[in-house]
Ligand binder design. Structure first.
Ligand SMILES: Cc1cc2nc3c(=O)[nH]c(=O)nc-3n(C[C@H](O)[C@H](O)[C@H](O)COP(=O)(O)OP(=O)(O)OC[C@H]3O[C@@H](n4cnc5c(N)ncnc54)[C@H](O)[C@@H]3O)c2cc1C
Length: 473
């Protein structure tokens, strides 16, 4: 059975559904294909479930610290993992259902459930259906990577997807991978009550961040009792009774790590290997990401790739922005581009890390004259009042153009406060505009103008600034 549509959208992640909405409102007929749960990664196995669980873990953490705030809790703090999961599933289920019913109720939109595969540049199959369209949009996302490490076939391991299926507390969770997914899961399970060991092959966690950020995060997590094995080499898995043993040839400690469960959080790979891209002639890079131009067109006219599968972003907001770029170009005669956007993301450990623009290392590498301001959270009233003084904030500025180049806010409210910086960057405003803004007291964001009033030339690599956090972590 062959059907003709004005557009076919493959995948219902963060770009596909809003694009279907815009295209159908422009009176196009649209076919949307989804092989899994509606809403994709963010809604079902990414942002939403993990942030719901981070909230439960935070509640347990604060309850344990109740005495610090003068609050007495008459008994030990326990976590009911079945209830944590039920709360989380209720939140994700509602979001996923919302996307599904939105698409299924959309005028001019036909939803197909199953695996999509290209048959030619303008033809996609799903089950027995053959769909033809002049425009095809790929929004197929990524999935957890499972590297062929020795012993992988001997043990039961979890990925960030399958760990969400459990409703019990692992006795000792070994997390392989010290990136943001590994750290978020590691900290939350530690707070739920598991023993946790994080294994990282690099010399530091979150290695794309500046060294001071990595060091502070390491301190925060270690103080919560998470075991860290950095510089791990020759990682291999083995079974020992009901336990899992991870071999870690560590510089500092050559002992194996034995635990009850292991989570592999070692990156993701694009869902492009089973799409039949070769039948359409769509080019991918050597890691499988679809090659696109600045307006998200592939090398084949009439085919676009949006979201994580194009390798230009790995976040919900970048995928949604891809939708905005494609819709603006196609429907609004507005030539928006990927290169218009700044790097921005948060890491939802507690306290969170909010990031915008360049890291300090990238600023240094660029060779431009730069100024930097930095302040530990111990000198932020709001953090002190909340009893959450871990972390620091720093902002880098171009000494000549006076534009803000980048910032990192590792601290309570850092995921929100970073937007002061981000908006000023998009406005291309000189930093003095933010410096003179009157922010609300007491907030974390109120320190941003203060820091911008304390800028100093970027210290030479290895030197510290006067406001370098001591043991604040
Ligand atoms: C544990 C975790 C936590 C995260 N936390 C955050 C966070 O806090 N903030 C943030 O911004 N980002 C976060 N992310 C990343 C975020 O989830 C993704 O960047 C986001 O979902 C964008 O994905 P997408 O739109 O590219 O596609 P996805 O959301 O991955 O959706 C792709 C869809 O395509 C479908 N599909 C794939 N292939 C086919 C096919 N051949 N036929 C039919 N359907 C197909 C899939 O079933 C899926 O539904 C997190 C990710 C993980 C794993």
């Amino acid at each position: 059975m062959t059907s003709h549509f004005d557009a076919v959208i493959i995948g219902t992640g963060q770009a596909g559904p809003p694009l279907a909405n815009r295209l159908t409102k422009a009176r196009m007929t649209v076919a949307v294909i989804e092989r899994g749960r509606f809403g994709g990664t963010c809604v079902n196995t990414g942002c939403t479930p993990t942030k719901a669980m981070v909230a439960s873990a935070y509640a347990a953490h604060i309850a344990r610290r109740a005495a610090d705030f003068g609050v007495a809790i008459g008994g030990p703090i326990t976590v009911d993992m079945k209830k944590v999961k039920a709360r989380r599933d209720a939140i994700t289920g509602k979001s996923s259902k919302g996307v599904e019913s939105w698409l299924k109720g959309m005028t001019n939109c036909t939803v197909f459930e199953g695996q999509a595969r290209f048959a030619s540049p303008h033809e996609v199959t799903v089950g027995t259906a053959r769909l033809q369209a002049e425009r095809i949009f790929i929004n197929t996302g990524t999935r957890p990577k499972v590297p062929p490490m020795p012993g992988i076939d001997q043990v039961k391991y979890f990925t960030s997807d399958s760990l969400l299926d459990i409703d019990f507390l692992p006795r000792h969770l070994i997390v392989v991978g010290g990136g943001y997914v590994g750290l978020e899961f590691g900290q939350m399970y530690r707070r739920f009550g598991s023993e946790v060991t994080i294994i990282e092959t690099n010399a530091r966690l979150m290695q794309r961040e500046d060294e001071d950020v990595s060091t502070a995060i390491l301190g925060i997590l270690e103080r919560e009792g998470i075991n860290m094995r950095l510089n791990a080499e020759c990682i291999a898995l083995a079974r020992q009774g009901d336990d899992v043993v991870v071999r870690v040839d560590c510089e500092t400690d050559p002992k194996d790590v034995q635990g009850s469960h292991v989570l592999l959080a070692v990156g993701r790979r694009p869902n492009t290997d089973d799409l039949g891209l070769e039948k359409a002639g769509v080019e991918t890079d050597k890691r499988g990401y679809i090659v696109v131009d600045d307006q998200l067109r592939t090398n084949v006219p009439g085919i676009w790739a949006l979201g994580d599968c194009n390798g230009k972003g790995a976040f919900t907001h970048t995928s949604y922005n891809d939708f905005e770029i494609v819709a603006a170009n196609l429907l609004d005669n507005d030539p928006r581009r990927v290169s218009d956007r700044y790097t921005a993301y948060a890491v939802y450990i507690d306290p969170p890390l909010g990031r915008a623009g360049m890291t300090e290392a990238e600023v240094r590498k660029s060779g431009r004259p730069a100024l930097m301001g930095k302040r530990p959270m111990t000198r932020v009233s709001r953090a002190v009042e909340k009893g959450e003084t871990n972390g620091f904030m720093k902002i880098m500025v171009d000494a000549q153009t006076r534009e803000i180049l980048g910032a990192a806010i590792l601290g309570v409210g850092g995921d929100e406060a970073i937007h002061c910086i981000l908006d000023a960057m998009y406005a291309k405003a000189p930093y003095s505009v933010v410096q003179r803004a009157v922010h609300i007291h007491p907030t974390v964001a109120e320190l941003i103008p203060t820091i911008l009033g304390e800028l100093k030339p970027l210290p030479a690599a290895g030197e510290t600034t006067a406001t370098e956090p001591a043991a604040s972590g």
